[in-house]
Design a protein around this ligand. Structure first.
Ligand code: FAD
Length: 299
């Protein structure tokens, strides 16, 4: 039995709803949802899946994903349960596994009076997801602190220097190399004043609470900001603040957040996204691209 074979290398949930593992709280069932115990177990699981010809997808905290309502006939490999060890060196170097919460790392850095990760203290993803997306806020992003990334590619674990990772606004090479798995990273932080770091994190938390609909399921900003414009402003200008399709709604609080207002399905969210893109194209001749990634959609 495949479940029994896989469970030697990690925790396995069978026929598991992806709505339980995404911050949007939508998504169909996957055949296997697996938390690998460590890197060696992950490699063994990949071998087994290859033998069974089952596709897989890596998940962090599912905070940047719009999964379709369809079943996924494959395995999700989620790194945030076990692969989350980290340590700080005296010079401010942080070495962490991909499954670490980036919020936790920001707080641990602050406790040690290291600055550089304050921008990430409100981003509810893993280090792996943040490196994949080049997550950022307040004019800082991961590319500003990461030095090298530990990657599993072609069956080999190797360190890749940041210069080879093609980082730019919400973009990294990982988005093209779909079979590379981020295992960890080395980041460089700087010594700072603990009170100043804490105050900055506190003020940004208050700002987020005031400006973002954090009480409703979402995946953060839905669209990338196009060159020279703010996505939220364009959405507001087409009169879509508060616009609703099914259970999905453009947040009243922040027009670039689509929220799961009331038992939305993924199709409701996708329909709202497509309608906004169409209207913005018609009105401003701008192609609004999503920041949130669609997963397991047929088209
Ligand atoms: C309330 C809210 C606020 C947010 N605010 C921000 C913000 O300020 N700035 C920002 O940039 N984002 C923000 N986000 C979006 C999201 O949190 C980030 O993009 C985050 O980095 C995603 O991390 P994750 O672990 O959840 O990745 P997931 O959503 O699980 O995965 C995203 C992608 O990364 C890939 N991936 C994840 N881990 C690995 C790995 N180890 N190896 C290879 N590929 C991997 C996945 O396969 C997938 O393609 C917000 C989201 C929410 C819900």
């Amino acid at each position: 039995m495949l479940e029994k074979q896989l469970s030697a290398y990690g925790d396995v949930e069978v026929n598991e709803s992806l709505a339980n593992h995404t911050t949007f709280r939508v998504g169909g069932n996957c055949a296997y949802f697996i938390y690998p115990k460590n890197e060696l177990c992950l490699m063994r699981i990949l071998d087994i899946l290859k033998n069974e010809q089952l596709p897989y997808k890596i998940f962090g905290k599912g905070s940047n994903l719009l999964c379709s309502d369809d079943e996924y006939h494959g395995a999700i490999l989620c790194l945030d349960r076990y692969m989350s060890e980290y340590y700080f060196e005296e010079d401010g170097t942080l070495v962490a596994q991909a499954g670490c919460s980036i919020i936790l790392l920001a707080h641990e850095a602050m406790k040690r009076s290291f600055h550089g990760l304050e921008f990430a203290s409100g981003i509810p993803g893993t280090l792996g997801g943040a490196l994949f997306m080049n997550a950022g806020a307040y004019k800082s992003d991961m590319s500003g602190i990461v030095k090298s990334v530990f990657v599993l590619k072609d069956g080999i674990c190797t360190w890749i220097d940041v210069s080879a990772l093609d980082y730019s606004y919400r973009h990294s090479r990982f988005q093209k190399e779909s079979d590379w798995i981020i295992l960890g990273a080395r980041c460089k932080l700087e010594s700072g004043n603990q009170k100043e770091i804490r105050d900055l994190m506190d003020s940004r938390r208050i700002r987020r609470m005031q400006s973002q609909p954090l009480n409703k399921p979402s995946a953060g900003s839905m669209f990338r900001n196009p060159q020279g414009a703010q996505a939220w402003e364009l959405i507001e200008k087409i009169g879509y603040r508060g616009k609703r399709i099914g259970g999905a709604m453009v947040s009243e609080k922040h027009a670039n957040f689509i929220i799961n207002e009331d038992h939305a399905c993924a199709n409701d969210i996708a329909a709202l996204v497509e309608e906004i893109q169409k209207k913005i194209k018609e009105t401003f001749d701008i192609d609004l691209r999503t920041e949130v990634e669609r997963f397991n959609w047929k088209i």
